[in-house]
Design a protein around this ligand. Structure first.
Ligand SMILES: [Ca+2]
Length: 233
């Protein structure tokens, strides 16, 4: 059943519609993603070309990132010395070896209070008999937004969402394993504005779906936009 019509007068609706359009136009272009410098860990060249000796920067950071813990290194795809995995994204991926080692990068240009997604490819160093329970954590400033045990068989793409409180934050990706020789692999870090406004509009419209029919009228869409924008701010 259609809910009571609580719409304000037409003049106010027109003003609201104009504000909605301005807001949407300002938000949607950013859905192409935020800049993450050297997100694919392919900026740096690994000097060695042998099949087994195919990593670099055991005590330094990859370009664009700060490394802490001394166990951060860039690894060539399919490097046998690190288990032979390949992410399939570019020439290299990152290895974070040793519990407590991590990388950071300041991400800028965000819109406070609006949800973003972060996705990345992740794996753990094989073989399982020696390197079980390798854990990776992702943090927005000091707040954990992802924790997981990556596969040792292949890279997987995982994602999570977060809502920044300002226009920038420090992204931290850490080896959160228990102590010991444990290594997590990382590649292809992508941060993008979530299309949550559209999602909420569709969800709110579906609330008025009765008997398989869409009861929402086109003229009601202004309200769904408004409610969606209010909900995310
Ligand atoms: Ca890569």
């Amino acid at each position: 059943m259609r809910p009571p019509d609580k719409r304000p007068p037409i003049a106010r609706r027109q003003v609201v519609c104009i504000l909605q359009c301005i807001t949407c136009i300002s938000l949607l272009p950013k859905s192409t993603g935020q800049t993450v410098t050297n997100a694919d860990f392919d900026t740096d060249t690994i000097s060695s070309n042998s099949a087994s000796d195919c990593d670099g920067w055991a005590s330094a950071a990859p370009s664009g990132w700060t490394a802490v813990g001394g166990g951060v290194l860039v690894i060539r795809q399919s490097c046998s010395n690190w288990g032979g995995l390949s992410s399939g994204s570019g020439s290299n991926y990152l290895g974070i070896q040793g519990a407590g080692s991590y990388i950071t990068q300041t991400i800028t240009g965000l819109t406070a209070g609006v949800p973003y997604s972060i996705s990345f490819q992740v794996a753990a160093r094989p073989p399982a008999t020696n390197y079980e329970n390798q854990q990776i954590g992702v943090y927005r400033d000091s707040i954990q937004i992802y924790i997981g045990y990556p596969s040792q068989a292949a890279f997987d793409t995982v994602s999570t969402t977060f809502t920044p409180t300002g226009t920038s934050f420090v992204l931290k990706i850490e080896n959160d394993s228990a102590s010991g020789d444990k290594t997590v692999f990382l590649d292809n870090v992508i941060i993008a504005l979530e299309c949550r406004v559209w999602y909420l509009v569709v969800r709110k419209a579906s609330e008025y779906r009765v008997g398989g029919r869409w009861e929402a009228r086109a003229e009601d869409m202004w309200r769904y936009w408004w409610e969606a924008l209010v909900e995310i701010t």
